[in-house]
Write a protein of this length. Structure first.
Length: 245
């Protein structure tokens, strides 16, 4: 039987989702808890491999288990896991459903604080020293829809077979002192969102013009884009599947 887990986590204590040698990861902690409660080794496959320090408000993983799941497994897992990981639900799916490859889209938010705020310092990039032109940043967003090869925003020396992605949504919203970037695509490259945000900030503070995004993308080289934004402002907020509402 195959099961999906919907969960959330604070990425600050972890070196990303995926198991890392000699480093603590979300996957390792989750699998240890499942294996202990189900009394057999459990391996999970996540919907994405978030980087060190990146958060997830909504993410899925799948695992296979032939026995009968206890009715209170979600409650027991939450009691067993650290406060940084919260299980939302566990449900049965078809055996060919895959947390990563069956996903039709993923959506990320990136948060920036435009005022010095001690209460968001661990959850948003503090850029109160800069005056950002949000309209210019949204003009730059529109250019993303014209392209599909995002090599310029991809981490170098990865095992990606292709850097082709289809972006469905990209926009900035200002709510008081909090600036939120929303981006949704069928897939994302490693470091892609943080590289886009870092480049957008250069547009916002006038170092780049919105139309410079054409050159940056078509040059297809990571050095053409801006510095990556810090990980702690990035949240995976949604993963879509055809078989879920």
């Amino acid at each position: 039987m195959r099961y999906f887990i919907e969960f959330a986590y604070d990425g600050a204590p972890y070196f990303g989702y995926q198991v890392q040698p000699n480093q603590i990861s979300v996957q390792e902690v989750l699998e240890k808890a499942l294996s202990t409660l189900l009394r057999e080794p459990i391996k999970t496959t996540g919907a994405g491999r978030t980087d060190t320090g990146v958060h997830a408000k909504k993410i899925f993983a799948h695992f296979d288990f032939e026995g009968e799941l206890m009715d209170n497994l979600v409650h027991r897992l939450n009691s067993f896991l650290p406060e940084s990981i919260a299980i939302k639900r566990i449900f049965e799916v078809e055996n060919d459903s895959h947390a990563r490859f069956s996903a039709t889209y993923r959506t990320y938010n990136y948060f920036i604080s435009t005022e010095k705020d001690p209460f968001t310092k661990d959850l948003a990039w503090q850029l109160w020293r800069k005056k950002l032109d949000v309209d210019a940043m949204n003009e730059a967003c529109k250019i993303l829809f014209e392209y599909s090869d995002f090599t310029s925003f991809a981490k170098l020396h990865t095992d990606n077979k292709t850097n082709i992605c289809k972006i469905y949504q990209a926009n900035w919203e200002q709510n008081g002192s909090l600036l939120k970037f929303t981006v949704s695509a069928d897939r994302f490259l490693r470091n892609m969102v943080r590289a886009i945000v870092g480049t957008m900030i250069e547009v916002g503070d006038g170092k780049l013009k919105p139309e410079d995004m054409h050159r940056i993308i078509t040059e297809q080289h990571r050095n053409s884009a801006g510095t990556s934004a810090p990980a702690h402002g990035l949240f995976l907020v949604d993963v879509g599947y055809d078989f879920l509402d």
